[in-house]
Ligand binder design. Structure first.
Ligand code: SAM
Length: 277
């Protein structure tokens, strides 16, 4: 097969910054990502952002089946060449954020996500899996290095936030490799990292909705105490906020970002049980 860059040029492909089009071509890196994602001949894979199909092709070789979403239809003639012979692979042209995830899951069965994610939509894509997915086993994605740091941050650090808690609730997160900006074309202004989130082994909560709300409130105003954030967000008097925090075993005067994800889970249960959320 010709070089991917040649195929792009031949087809007159113009990179679109708005779609986060930074492609990878290095075969060693592509194979390393496939290994990081734990893909073998039994795995069904969902990829978001086919691009020129370089990662898709590597996934196709290793996996049982691949479904890959790509928003940019102008890549169709390129992919017809780069994915020729990848019989186990289907490219769906469309915005993944509008895809019917439960219909996709019915077709895929248990699956792994593997993607070099478009940067502008990293968090919303990941939240879809964290909040909606029923059959997703793991997510291995290339993201900006500073976003990777947020995913796996410890409480009481500047990187710790709502997305850290959402990930810890569903499973565990590891940064597997750093990837310098020189590995992409066009070259982005930031370095990247491959992150793997294994679903399962997180903590249970009584209400997913109450947990999401609690996390939002905890990080509402990072400089305010949790007590103040609760009062402002839930329109409850100070005494009631104190009482609820005491029931959740939270010390007085602390800020939301000092609570571990599991403690935020306990607080959400208290707010739910007391009919507040
Ligand atoms: N997988 C390829 C690679 O590694 O070289 C391309 C990765 S590139 C960072 C991200 C790709 O996602 C681009 O091809 C872009 O057009 C596509 N994309 C952007 N937004 C999307 C969306 N909402 N749904 C599906 N694909 C999207």
């Amino acid at each position: 097969m010709e070089e991917v860059s040649e195929i792009l040029k031949k087809n007159g492909f113009a990179f679109k910054k708005k779609f986060g089009q930074n492609f990878i071509a290095d075969p060693n890196l592509l194979e390393a990502i496939v290994r990081d994602a734990g893909i073998d001949k039994t795995t069904s894979v969902l990829e978001i952002g086919t691009g020129a199909g370089a990662l898709t092709r590597a996934l196709s070789k290793a996996a049982n089946r691949v479904i890959s979403y790509e928003i940019d239809r102008s890549l169709a003639p390129v992919l017809a060449e780069t994915l020729a012979g990848c019989e186990n692979t289907e490219v769906v042209f469309g915005d993944f954020m509008r895809a019917d995830l439960s219909a996709l899951e019915s077709s895929l069965g248990p699956y792994a996500v593997c993607a070099n994610l478009p940067y502008y939509v990293t968090t919303p894509v990941l939240l879809r899996f964290l909040e909606e997915a029923k059959l997703c086993q793991r997510v291995t994605v290339m993201v900006q290095e500073e976003v990777a740091a947020r995913f796996s941050a410890k409480e009481n650090t500047p990187d710790y936030g709502a997305i850290t808690a959402a990930i810890a609730h569903r499973g565990s997160c590891r940064i597997l490799r750093k990837v310098p900006r020189t590995m992409f074309y066009p070259r982005p202004n930031v370095d990247s990292a491959v992150v793997r989130i294994d679903f399962g082994g997180g903590f249970e909560v009584e209400s997913e909705r109450a947990f999401r709300e609690t996390v939002k409130i905890a990080f509402l105003s990072r400089r305010k105490t949790l007590e103040n954030n609760l009062m402002n967000a839930l329109h409850i008097p100070r005494e009631r906020a104190k009482e609820l925090l005491a029931l959740a075993g939270v010390k007085e005067g602390v800020r939301g970002e000092t609570l571990s994800p599991a403690s935020l889970g306990i607080l959400s249960n208290i707010l739910f049980e007391n009919g507040i959320l």
